[in-house]
Design a protein around this ligand. Structure first.
Ligand code: PGA
Length: 256
């Protein structure tokens, strides 16, 4: 078993309304594995159904939100706040996904604000970072990731939460939804650089406790090799999390 345990997280993005969510959980092959956690991030609309489906089946699957608003309430049409999520039993949020950065103009400052607010409200945060293809080709991967994490590492709330309620997902933007995965060697090298960056900023004990998930075209065909890398603590999965068969197949690759 891996020292930090394994997290398999599915990001459904804008897929699966309540009916599809219920069907997914009914068909999902699941067995409890010591040291491994399964988590799904459905759309807001499917959160309550996902929670009900999981608890009705007595399964230990975590359910989290794909986003939230940093303010607790107010005149923010179309938004959902932390207290609303907690009212229905959600304590996990995914923040900083490249689609939020790209299509919803979430700047590093916005993401930091959300991260701090989520942590202060008691959420566990999975923070996504990743470089574009141009940045990788220009040899700037580590520099870009360092820049993306800089304000988070400098913030006292975040730095105290790393390894307990704040974890990372490294998702190269060029690998998301493209069918192109980072090779295990590329992913491991980047994860190891991230781990040393965390060690320099937080010290070894906290840095060693941070789960760093890999994301970007993870499938049952490549997950085993990725998971065998020492600094890869699990996967954040989009496309392959939508079908119970493929997500179940990913889960079955985690050794118990
Ligand atoms: P993908 O998405 O697995 O479909 O590439 C991953 C993600 O965006 O989290």
């Amino acid at each position: 078993m891996k020292p930090r345990g394994v997290l398999l997280a599915g990001n459904w993005k804008m897929n699966h309304g309540p009916k599809a969510a219920q069907d997914f959980f009914r068909a999902l092959p699941y067995s409890k594995k010591p040291g491994a956690t399964m988590r799904i991030y459905p759309s807001y609309l499917s959160l309550a159904t996902a929670l009900d489906s999981v608890s009705a089946a007595g399964r230990d699957i975590e359910i989290g939100a794909q986003n939230f608003h940093a303010e607790k309430s107010g005149a923010f049409t179309g938004e959902v706040s932390g207290p609303m999520l907690q009212e229905i039993g959600i304590h996990q949020v995914l923040l900083g996904h490249s689609e939020r950065r790209q299509y919803f103009s979430e700047t590093p400052a916005v993401i930091l604000n959300k991260t701090v607010s989520a942590l202060q409200q008691g959420f566990e945060v999975l923070l996504c970072i990743g470089e574009t293809l141009d940045e990788r080709k220009a040899g700037q991967t580590v520099e870009v990731l360092t820049h993306q994490l800089k304000s988070t590492l400098a913030d006292p709330t975040c730095s105290a939460a790393f390894g307990t309620s704040l974890h990372l997902a490294y998702e190269p933007v060029w690998a998301i939804g493209t069918g192109v995965t980072a090779t295990p060697a590329q992913a491991q090298a980047t994860h190891a650089s991230l781990r040393s960056l965390l060690t320099r900023s937080l010290g070894e004990i906290s840095a060693d406790a941070v789960q760093i998930l890999y994301g970007g075209s993870v499938t049952p065909g490549n997950f085993g090799e990725l998971l065998a890398c020492p600094d890869i603590d699990g996967g954040l999965v989009g496309g392959a999390s939508l079908k119970p068969e493929s997500f179940g197949a990913l889960w079955s690759l985690i050794s118990s």
